[in-house]
Design a binder for this molecule. Structure first.
Ligand code: PLP
Length: 222
């Protein structure tokens, strides 16, 4: 078995049933993704549009792609219709553009709203209060071709385990609050949280999707 297959299998064996593994393959060549594919992996996460678009035709048709990076609206047209989930919707303007373009192309785009809970100011996303308010005032009702499937969040980059857990807890609690203020929401089930160094803490707080890169593929060369 290849190293990648071995690491993939050993991570998968630790995931509880129902937790989906997104293999974050950004900055790694297609040959490496194929190794993971051959070991059974189907869902891959990428953070740059051009890189993702280049990889799509090189991988088997049943590969599912999640976009997980900050998305510039001028590049959106390359993603719509080509990805199974955009995990990183970090502004209402981006959401509206996704919806318009999806509608015009005749496709439904599945997305997650990205929450900003970490201490770092550089991380993108909505505050919990902003998002709860937007759902409470039923902003989602005007969407024509977008299905909001849940939330994505990143914890503070720190050795403080309590802070990490509390960041993930905030994401999970925000999802609950949103369901309280908009009880008719359907399919708002995904909590995408947890990366190589903190996915166990994320699962303990209710993560349904873990996004793991370096623990599978090794260090990235930027
Ligand atoms: C790169 C990245 C990951 C994976 O990080 P690792 O530490 O390599 O597991 C997960 N989520 C997002 C949003 C990323 O950009």
């Amino acid at each position: 078995m290849s190293d990648i297959a071995e690491r993939l299998n050993s991570i998968k064996s630790t995931l509880p049933e129902g937790v989906e593994l997104v293999a974050v393959s950004k900055f790694h060549p297609v040959a490496v993704l194929r190794e993971a594919y051959n070991a059974g992996q189907r869902v891959f996460g990428e953070s740059r549009v051009q890189e993702l678009v280049d990889k799509i035709p090189e991988m088997p048709d049943d590969t599912r792609w999640h976009f997980i990076g900050h998305l510039q609206t001028n590049k959106l047209k390359y993603l719509i219709g080509n990805v199974s989930l955009i995990e990183s919707v970090d502004s209402l303007r981006l959401l509206e553009m996704i919806d318009d373009l999806s509608f015009r192309k005749g496709v439904i785009t599945r997305v997650l709203m990205q929450l900003h809970v970490a201490a770092e100011e550089t991380k993108f996303g909505f505050t919990p209060a902003e998002l709860i308010d937007w759902f409470a005032t039923r902003g989602f009702e005007s969407l024509k071709a977008t299905h909001i499937c849940g939330l994505m969040g990143m914890a503070t980059n720190t050795d403080d385990d309590e802070r990490i857990s509390s960041d993930f807890r905030t994401v999970a609690e925000t999802r609950k609050r949103i369901i309280e203020v908009a009880p008719d929401l359907r399919g708002f089930d995904i909590l995408s949280m947890g990366m190589s160094d903190d996915y166990q803490a994320a699962i303990a707080e209710g993560s349904t999707h873990v996004r793991i890169g370096s623990a599978i593929f090794g260090q990235r060369v930027y």
